[in-house]
Ligand binder design. Structure first.
Ligand code: ZN
Length: 437
């Protein structure tokens, strides 16, 4: 690792002021409370999302931020409608479920078929044609999000290949209190589109036991899910304009849309509030960096990524001017530091580690081996250095994409620490007289 080229001593006083101001302000929490309690969940195409966008734009203008605007993005408009899952035999029983985003629906009378439970794709492949006409239930235990989410994303088409009529997927989570987790799925263009929904760990294990005993559980799945025509939405963009190099940017961001259950508090209302509040605090403190800090609240991360792609396309001409792009989308728990893209140059890693020392007092000074984010992915593929705000991840996937992602799960002090962490890093990188790279 090369020695750092940045000098952090000149930023110690500013970092202390930022941290102090973040920890004594309740603005981040009260804004997240408005977003979650007064507006609520924000799926693409919903009125809630557009209300949230209008509110952010008007509040950011009130904050005195620069160049506040919505940048138009057309987004997919998937609606869940009514849905239910019940076991008809051997014991009539209602089962907890939540349709997966992008799924097709069933006919009004639903799909009635025998369930066949598998623990893995390998087991499905061994059964092959034996699943024809049946509802495949994937009961894959949680390994980690990236690995297990493949069942949610691809399970329907993998089962449809063998003639299954629907697919149920054990929720992608390590723990459950009968909480189903939704999330995006995708169809393979070569296979018939069959309806697909998440079930809770409890339901998946129940069906597994039934199937293992040879009880042949018979299920009825009803889903009204469908796509409406694309809807108009927007990325919310605001800036703290740089004093010397206003056309160079440090981008800080989250995604403003959420699933249509719960309140989208941790995912990702909190991440948006962190980015927004970071620049508002800097402005309030009179800290004007040399480069511009740009906040982006992306639309449509969850079921389309249209916001991240639209930002990339609309800002093509200035991509090379993005010095660093940070995304906060792992919840707003106690911050540990940042994850820096593994592809980042070693000099950048060394400099970021040096700057993070300013956060050692609040325990947020770790620079992890990899990082980035879905929305900044298109920028990163064009060479922008990407990073994520890293937080204590012990409980994020307990509530991720569930009705339980609500404000009571957010600790106000941890949220304030996230604001402090984001604000210090963004400010110092934006203000460096020397090159960050
Ligand atoms: Zn998210």
């Amino acid at each position: 690792m090369p020695p750092p080229t940045v000098k952090i001593d000149r930023y110690r006083a500013a970092a202390a002021r930022i941290i102090g101001a973040a920890l004594t302000s309740d603005r981040a929490y009260s804004r997240l409370a408005h977003l979650t309690d007064h507006i609520g969940h924000r799926l693409s195409g919903s009125q809630n999302l557009e209300r949230a966008i209008e509110w952010a734009i008007s509040e950011m203008k009130r904050d005195g931020l620069d160049n506040v605007r919505g940048e138009k993005v057309m987004v997919p408009h998937w609606v869940r409608g009514e849905e239910s899952l019940e076991m008809l035999a051997p014991v009539p029983r209602k089962l907890q479920m939540l349709g997966l985003g992008n799924s097709v629906g069933t006919s009004a009378e639903g799909i009635t078929a025998e369930a066949i439970v598998v623990r893995s794709f390998e087991e499905l492949d061994r059964l092959g044609e034996q699943v024809r006409g049946k509802i495949v239930v994937y009961n894959a235990p949680y390994a980690n999000y990236g690995a297990t989410v493949e069942y949610r994303w691809a399970g329907a088409s993998r089962a449809a290949r063998y003639g299954a009529v629907a697919a149920l997927v054990r929720s992608i989570t390590p723990v459950s209190l009968q909480t189903p987790h939704t999330g995006a799925m995708g169809y393979d263009a070569d296979q018939p589109k069959i309806p697909t929904a998440a079930v809770t760990i409890e339901v998946a294990e129940f069906l597994q036991r039934m199937d293992d005993r040879g009880d042949h559980p018979r299920l009825r799945l009803k889903m009204e899910a469908k796509f409406l025509p694309d809807a108009e939405s927007a990325n919310v963009v605001a800036e703290l304009k740089g004093s010397e190099k206003p056309d160079e940017f440090v981008l800080i961001s989250g995604h403003y849309d959420s699933w249509d259950v719960g309140q989208g508090a941790h995912d990702d209302g909190g991440g948006c509030i962190v980015a927004w509040e970071a620049v508002r605090l800097l402005k309030e403190l009179g800290l004007k960096p040399r480069r511009t800090i740009r906040v982006v609240l992306y639309t449509n991360e969850e079921n389309g990524l249209r916001g991240g792609n639209a930002y990339h396309d609309a800002h093509r001409a200035e991509i090379a001017k993005h010095v660093l792009a940070i995304e906060s989308d792992s919840g707003v728990y106690r911050p540990e530091g940042f994850g820096l893209a593994a592809t980042a140059p070693l000099q950048v890693r060394s400099n970021m580690q040096e700057i993070a020392k300013l956060l050692s007092g609040i325990g947020a000074d770790q620079i992890a081996a990899d990082g980035g984010g879905a929305d900044i992915g298109p920028l990163m593929r064009d060479g922008v250095i990407g990073a994520s705000l890293d937080v204590d991840g012990a409980h994020y996937f307990d509530i991720h994409h569930t009705p339980a992602d609500t404000l009571d799960k957010v600790n106000p002090r941890e949220l304030a620490l996230c604001v402090a962490t984001m604000a210090v890093m963004a400010y110092v990188v934006a203000d460096l007289p020397e090159s960050f790279k």
